[in-house]
Design a protein around this ligand. Structure first.
Ligand code: HEM
Length: 486
């Protein structure tokens, strides 16, 4: 018994020494327990996870915009100041150890979580696939998808509240398949592919919340690992089959860089990667990048639209102003590429939606060198969460920071004089490569939906969860009325 007490006292002393505040370090978040740190707060449901991240963001702001917490023995710095986040994001490009370690079996060297040398090489190779000319070639697909959803929604028109997220997710999943993979994946395969992705990512959040599963040894014996292996096998089998089909299709058509059907200007992302000189990217690397684009490219935009429809339905004045702009610019026709820059108010609504409901409330980085911030220095060897939710709730946005006001984007005097204050697509050199694609596809979809349907909703009822992205759990249903019948 005495030995046990001595051991405990030694462990406690070590913990106190280990977690002591070093000079020039920021203050620690309150609520740490010996040995497990703040892990107990992060455990539980994904609703609780969101509550904690939100709470952490406000506490971090109160503590001077820099703080830290412990998940077990691991120290995580947290930041909410836009300038500090800009400095960090352009100094440390390595993703936090957890994101990288937890996803490397599936996403391997894909851009999102790849190690810095690979990331630099791949980002350079893949960037041309996102140039404006290539993206303009997708306008037909974006319009077809918009018209398709208008048709699908006829079945719920005038029938009261329904879960629009189902339609929106399906639509963006089809769009990313069409623009990334062409017709090399069947509808059924695509649905299962996306479901497997969702399970894989949700299981990763469960692992992050369960500090004992951070240990590879314990994780390897867990039931979670079995579930992850099953998801991964399915995802790898599907992407291998898509790659095989694409290669066969290219061989058959003997036209290596164009789609065989309608528009010769349309190049899907996979074609662009296969167009690179033989051996520039291995099959494994192409597969990793495809999985990454599929994962990063559909649920993010879908979520923004889910929240945008909810907000637009909640603010009739905003809805009427969008409708007026759409009628003026487009009348009844499809969206053309030059229209997009004229949809100024619609863009303001999308940006404000992303400021208000931050899709990725945080992004992690690994501190691989000392980083001098405005008021303190981050020490290497730890992880850091850039709390984008906190940046979007920073007082630099003014006294109405907690309100949804798209008009603020129309007057430069009403938005912060700091380009890092909006982090919807992250900031710095490792920001979202697909942001132009996302804005084009989201604007086009909304242009079709909002000209045809009038929405009703109440976003104040929404209950949120955080499973990789911020998502609604309940209270988010909308109802629609066909404007042709009004
Ligand atoms: C509204 C929709 C979107 C949002 C909110 C969003 C948000 C983000 C965020 C927060 C990051 C992390 C950046 C960082 O680590 O600092 C990211 C990275 C990335 N996104 Fe997006 N994204 C969206 C749409 C897309 C689309 C449509 C694509 C592809 C078609 C895409 C592909 C990627 C890729 C490949 C990365 C990794 C970039 C890198 O590390 O170099 N995203 N995105």
């Amino acid at each position: 018994m005495l030995w046990l007490l001595i051991l405990l006292a030694l462990c406690m002393t070590y913990w106190i020494f280990y977690t002591r505040r070093l000079p020039d370090e920021p203050p620690m978040l309150p609520g740490a327990l010996p040995f497990i740190g703040h892990s107990h707060k992060l455990m539980g449901s994904t609703e609780n996870f969101w509550k904690q991240i939100k709470d952490m963001s406000y506490k971090c702001m109160d503590l001077g915009h820099v703080s830290y917490f412990y998940s077990g023995p691991y120290k995580f710095y947290i930041l909410t100041d836009p300038d500090d986040i800009y400095k960090l994001s352009n100094t440390c490009f390595e993703k936090d150890k957890f994101s990288h370690d937890f996803t490397k079996e599936l996403l391997g060297d894909g851009l999102l979580f790849s190690r810095v040398p690979t990331w630099k090489r791949h980002r350079k190779l893949i960037s041309p696939a996102f140039n404006q000319q290539i993206l303009d070639g997708f306008m037909d697909i974006f319009n077809t998808q918009g018209r398709r959803m208008v048709q699908q929604l006829k079945q719920v028109d005038g029938k009261g509240p329904f879960d629009h997220s189902h339609y929106v997710r399906q639509n963006f999943m089809e769009t990313i398949c069409l623009t990334a993979l062409d017709d090399c994946i069947t509808e059924e395969e695509a649905v299962n592919y996306v479901k497997a992705f969702e399970s894989y990512l949700n299981n990763n959040i469960v692992r992050f919340q369960s500090f004992w599963l951070h240990s590879k040894f314990l994780y390897n014996f867990s039931s979670l690992k079995k579930k992850q292996d099953a998801c991964m096998k399915f995802l790898h089998d599907t992407s291998d089959s898509v790659l095989r089909k694409k290669r066969a299709q290219r061989k058959l058509s003997k036209v290596s860089n164009t789609r065989k059907d309608t528009n010769p200007k349309v190049k899907v992302f996979m074609d662009l990667m296969l167009d690179l000189d033989e051996g520039t990217l291995t099959d494994q690397e192409i597969r990793d990048e495809m999985n990454t684009i599929m994962m990063a490219g559909h649920d993010t935009s879908a979520n923004v639209i889910v929240f945008a429809l909810l907000l637009i339905g909640s603010y009739p004045d905003v809805q009427e102003r969008i409708y007026k702009e759409l009628r003026e610019v487009l009348k009844d026709r499809d969206v053309e590429k030059q229209d997009l820059s004229r949809l100024v108010y619609l863009e303001a609504v999308l940006k404000e939606t992303m400021r208000y409901y931050v899709m990725a409330p945080f992004v992690g980085r690994y501190i691989d060198q000392e980083v001098k911030l405005k008021n303190c220095t981050l020490k290497p060897g730890h992880n850091c969460l850039m709390l984008f939710y906190g940046v979007h709730r920073n007082s630099i946005w003014g006294p109405d920071v907690e309100e949804f006001i798209p008009e603020r984007w129309l007057d430069p005097a009403k938005i912060p004089n700091n380009t890092s204050a909006f982090t919807g697509f992250s900031i710095g050199k490792r920001n979202c490569i697909g942001k132009a694609y996302a804005m084009m596809s989201m604007k086009t979809l909304l242009s079709h939906l909002l000209r045809r349907y009038k929405l009703h909703a109440n976003h104040t009822n929404v209950v949120l969860k955080l499973d990789v992205l911020l998502k609604p759990v309940s209270g988010h249903f909308i109802s629609i009325e066909d404007r042709l019948k009004l």
